[in-house]
Structure formats: structure tokens, C-alpha cells
Design a protein around this ligand. Structure first.
Ligand code: HEM
Length: 456
């Protein structure tokens, strides 16, 4: 990462036009003059048109405090220059870039913690303790009477009747607090995302492109709450068979987890794009090397994503409580009931044996694929940051497989189950960083690069 940052600053130095805009801001600040955001915006925007005459388009003069969206659209409607040059997501100079980046990395970290908290909630079997849901949330029970009312509602649920009959009020309070914390942590994230968003919009830092991306992520976040409740509802219904344990639908659990992964990946990618608008590239030869890595890294990343989603089905079917042996599944390599459900397709998502077998095969293929990525790129002439990201991804894939096997062999304890879930997100983080680092630089940066990197 440090090398990547060094490369970015080299990129910014080379793009004299852009750093000139930043210098404008710095000069204004040091001379005690407050550069109006609209002026600053216009300055960055016009200088971002690298290697072009810096004349600002007439519409820029309309960019003002009151017309943030106009400013966003002006910043984003730089077609001619920005296609050739650097496409910044944030206007307002390096300080704005830093604050918006910090806010987005912080939001991504918050989503990471939400996923882990959600996993702990599921693994401690706390997820079905709250039997109703309000979009805006509500206070927890505050008096003993209110606790008794909530407990009474839970006693009507199939989980209480079939799994937790005779549970004490104290134990109920524990599972209730777990679920309550998960829900409120999600709402707090919404607030912590929305307030800085509107502040940065008012300051005119957010380009239209970034504004649209973040609005889509915000909508996904709000939808995530709805999906969460849709999932919980399925676990509050009476199971079809009198012997079955009440459990949320594996499809809904997978939808909830996949959507959380998508929000996390979207936020993390966007944060990287804000602070590192150009990939690290110091020579044409390194850019060519990065392009070769990209061709392999993309399908490998897709495989990591599919393996993670298949894990959601293992969790959703409680498939980790069957076949607690490795590498064989019980006494055989392939259980004989993998296709017992009709229609056939259902087995892939609902049959414990096949769901677990799929996850094992996908996980092993992921490890082999990441290993192949490392092997096939080990002699390439590439940026050191890319090489170290490939190495870290391979190391993390090995750790994740080890965690998965340990989770299975020890009958899914809360500690290992949550560590395995956090491991999946860490692996996703690394593949996002890798894909972000091997992007193609802007044409203007490409034109300015030497054929081979200077020796350091
Ligand atoms: C690259 C490798 C792997 C990835 C990306 C991965 C990903 C995941 C994910 C995302 C989950 C859902 C977690 C949750 O919602 O709690 C999961 C669950 C699970 N995985 Fe993996 N996994 C990998 C390897 C393995 C391996 C090799 C095994 C063992 C053979 C394994 C066994 C399990 C089990 C038993 C669960 C269910 C745990 C639970 O009920 O919470 N995983 N995996």
C-alpha cells in the first residue's frame, strides 16, 4: 500500500496541471484567503483536464454553494478533457480527497463489523428473538414489565416452542440484546453515512459520478434492512414438518449476506478510487505486466465471490453440523444422497450434503486458482505493490481454507464461525485491492511513462 501511495504521489507530481489546482488551494489557505468551494472546484476541474489548455468551461461559473448538484454535474461533465486525463471523483483538493476517503473507508469498516456482528447473532441463535420490526427502530424494553411483554411474544414463536422451551428471562435478554445491537448498529451506519454525505455535497466535493454511486450504495443499505426483516420473517413461520427446526430461509439468508458483501465491496472500491484515482504505474512495462495480471485476477476474484456466496448457503442450511470430517465426507468422498431432492436444482441450494460438497469443491478450487495466479505471475515484470498483493491474497486464501476446515471439524463454534466469516471478507478485501491496483492508467499518464521503471 505504501508503495502504491508513493506511486500515486509520483503520478500527481507528473500531472502538473492537477497539482497546480491543489497548489491553488494550499496557497489560498496559507495566505489566509478562503478559496470559495466553487472557485476551488472550478480550479481542480479545469486543471484536471491534463495536457489541455486550462480554460474553464463557461458553465463552471454557475457552480455555487447553493447548487451542489450543479457543481457535481459540472465536475462530471468534463467529457473531452477527463476522458484523456484523470477522472477525479472528488473536487476540492487533497484535503477533500482525504476526508471523503476516510469517511468511505470508515463506512466500509463499519459494514465489515456489521457482517461479523450479524454472524455472531446467527451463530448464538439470537436472530429470531425480536418478533417485530420498524424501519426507524424503537427503544428496547426498559422496565421488567416491558421485558415480560417481549418475552411473551417470543414464547409464541416456533423457535421458542421447538428449540428454547423453558428458556429463562435472563437468557432471553441475552439473545434479544444481540439482535437489537445488530439492528441498531445498522441504523447507526445509515446516519453515519448520510450526514457526512450531505455535508460533502454541500461543500461541493462530490462529483456527479461519485454522487450517483454513493446514492446507489445508500439505497442498497436501506434495502438491506428490509431484506434482513424479510429473512427473519421466514424463521418466525411454522416449519412445514413437525420434526423440522425453525430456521430462516437459506435463500433469504444468502440474499442478505450477498447484499452485505456487495455493499462492502462497493464502498471499499469507491474509497480506493477516491484516494487513488490512478493505479500505481511507473513504466510502460509495468502497465503491460499489470494488464496480464488483470486477465487472471478477474476470473479468480469471481471464483472467490462465488465461494463466499456458496458459504452463505452452508450457513443457511446449517450444513456445517453435518459431515464434520475432512477431506472425506463421513466415510465417502461423495455422499450418495446429493441428488435426492426433486427438482434436481433444489439440491444445490437446500440439500445439506450437496451444499457442503459444493462449498468444499469451490473453496479448494479458489485456493488452487489463487495459487495459479501467484505461480503464473511470479516472473512478470510488475509493480512491487501488485506482487505483494498477490502474495497476501494467496496467504489469506490458505488461512481461510484452514479456518473453514477447523470450523467444520469443531462443529461450528461461535469463535471459529465468526473468524471464518471475517476471513471471507478479508479475502474479498484483498482481491478488490488487487483488481483496483491493476486497472489501466489514464491515457495521459500512459503517454508520460518511460518504457522501463527507473531503478530506485
Ligand atoms: C476460499 C475459501 C472459503 C471461503 C471464501 C469461504 C466462505 C464462507 C462464507 C462466506 C461462509 C458464510 C459464513 C456465515 O454466514 O457465517 C462460509 C461458511 C462455512 N464454510 Fe466456508 N469458505 C471457504 C472455505 C471453506 C472450507 C475449506 C470449509 C471446510 C471444508 C468451509 C466450511 C464452512 C462451513 C462449515 C461454514 C458454515 C459455518 C456456519 O454455519 O456459520 N469453508 N464459508
Amino acid at each position: 500500500m505504501f508503495r502504491a501511495r508513493a506511486a500515486l504521489s509520483a503520478v500527481l507530481k507528473r500531472s502538473g496541471g492537477l497539482s497546480g489546482a491543489f497548489a491553488d488551494a494550499a496557497a489560498a489557505a496559507s495566505s489566509g484567503h478562503r478559496l470559495l468551494p466553487n472557485r476551488l472546484c472550478a480550479s481542480v476541474v479545469s486543471r484536471a483536464r491534463l495536457y489541455k489548455p486550462p480554460a474553464a468551461p463557461p458553465s463552471l461559473s454557475k457552480c455555487s454553494h447553493a447548487s451542489t448538484f450543479q457543481c457535481m454535474s459540472t465536475a462530471a461533465s468534463l467529457p473531452a478533457g477527463s476522458k484523456e486525463g484523470l477522472r477525479l471523483l472528488v473536487t476540492g483538493g487533497p484535503a477533500a480527497q482525504k476526508w471523503v476517503g476516510l469517511w468511505l473507508f470508515g463506512s466500509a469498516a463499519w459494514v465489515f463489523s456489521m457482517v461479523v456482528l450479524g454472524g455472531v447473532t446467527r451463530l448464538t441463535r439470537s436472530g429470531l428473538s425480536m418478533t417485530d420490526w420498524k424501519f426507524t427502530g424503537s427503544l428496547p424494553p426498559l422496565t421488567e414489565e416491558e421485558w415480560l411483554v417481549e418475552f411473551e411474544k417470543y414464547k409464541q414463536s416456533p423457535e421458542y416452542k421447538r428449540v428454547n422451551k423453558g428458556m429463562s428471562l435472563e437468557d432471553f435478554k441475552f439473545i434479544y440484546w444481540m439482535e437489537y445491537a445488530h439492528r441498531m448498529w445498522g441504523r447507526a451506519l445509515g446516519i453515519m453515512f448520510a450526514f457526512p454525505f450531505s455535508y460533502f455535497l454541500r461543500k461541493g466535493y462530490i462529483t456527479l459520478r461519485l454522487g450517483l454511486k454513493l446514492s446507489a450504495l445508500f439505497a442498497l443499505g436501506a434495502g438491506q434492512g428490509l431484506i434482513g426483516w424479510w429473512m427473519v420473517k421466514s424463521g418466525l413461520e411454522e416449519p412445514s414438518s413437525e420434526y423440522a427446526q425453525p430456521r430462516v430461509s437459506p435463500y433469504r439468508l444468502a440474499a442478505h449476506l450477498t447484499s452485505a458483501f456487495a455493499i462492502y465491496c462497493g464502498l471499499f472500491w469507491t474509497a480506493l478510487s477516491v484516494v487513488l484515482p490512478e493505479p500505481p504505474a511507473e513504466s510502460v512495462s509495468w502497465v503491460r505486466g499489470a494488464a496480464k495480471v488483470k486477465r487472471i485476477a478477474l476470473p479468480v476474484s469471481l471464483l472467490v465471490g462465488i465461494t463466499a456466496i456458496s458459504g452463505a448457503f452452508v450457513a443457511g442450511n446449517d450444513a456445517g453440523h453435518a459431515f464434520n470430517t475432512f477431506p472425506k465426507m463421513g466415510d465417502t468422498w461423495i455422499p450418495d444422497d446429493i441428488f435426492e431432492m426433486k427438482p434436481l436444482i433444489r439440491n444445490f441450494f437446500e440439500n445439506t450434503s450437496l451444499v457442503q460438497l459444493d462449498h468444499r469443491i469451490l473453496a479448494t478450487s479458489t485456493l488452487v486458482a489463487v495459487g495459479a495466479l501467484w505461480w503464473s505471475t511470479r516472473k512478470l515484470d510488475i509493480h512491487p505493490a501488485i506482487r505483494s498483493l498477490i502474495g497476501s491474497t494467496l496467504g489469506m486464501a490458505a488461512v481461510q481454507v484452514t479456518l473453514g476446515i477447523s470450523t467444520l471439524l469443531s462443529y461450528v463454534p461461535v469463535s471459529l464461525g465468526s473468524a471464518h466469516q471475517a476471513g471471507a471478507l478479508t479475502l474479498l478485501t484483498l482481491v478488490i485491492m488487487l483488481n483496483h491496483t491493476v486497472r489501466r492508467p489514464s491515457p495521459s499518464l500512459l503517454k508520460s511513462l518511460p518504457q522501463v521503471a527507473r531503478a530506485t
